[in-house]
Ligand binder design. Structure first.
Ligand code: IDP
Ligand code: MG
Length: 137
């Protein structure tokens, strides 16, 4: 069993598609191990996306991630990390395969509905960034 981190980003929360996105996970064999809806601080967003701090879009990304509440989810299941990335679709929704979360719910490369850990190593780091072990079940 693997665990991975998903974030339903402010655009998708504002659109009212939290339930529709969670349904994609549960319908595809991913279990919700824990979740919470939070407003990230600027410091939270900068720390979470620190790997991207040299990228040209870092400032925009942080501004976007704190523009409204997000839903942070630990997904669990067989090959959860790769399965979640597959369900998400490509970073740019215009390039995302039909039927993926980003193709169906996202408009642009910055407001792209969901985050998903990109490796098991990063999944463990990202889960620990947001949750204490006792909150995960
Ligand atoms: P991922 O979310 O598919 O893993 P990453 O390359 O890790 O994509 O980028 C992190 C996030 O940064 C993306 O989800 C998107 O919100 C934002 N982003 C990536 N590339 C661009 C860009 O070229 N312009 C604006 N935002 C971007
Ligand atoms: Mg990424």
């Amino acid at each position: 069993m693997e665990q991975t981190l998903s974030i339903i980003k402010p655009d998708a929360v504002a659109k009212g598609v939290i339930g529709k996105i969670i349904d994609r996970f549960e319908s595809n064999g991913l279990r919700i191990a824990t979740m919470k809806k939070v407003q990230l601080s600027r410091a939270d967003a900068e720390a979470f996306y620190a790997v991207h701090k040299e990228r040209s879009f870092f400032g925009e990304l942080v501004d976007f991630m704190i523009s409204g509440p997000v839903v942070i989810i630990v997904l669990e299941g067989e090959e959860a990390m790769a399965k979640n990335r597959e369900l998400m679709g490509a970073t740019n929704p215009k390039e995302a395969a039909a039927g993926t979360i980003r193709a169906d719910f996202a408009q642009s490369i910055d407001a792209n509905a969901v985050h998903g850990s990109d490796s098991l190593e990063n999944a463990a780091i990202e889960i620990a960034f947001f949750f204490a072990q006792r909150e995960i079940n």
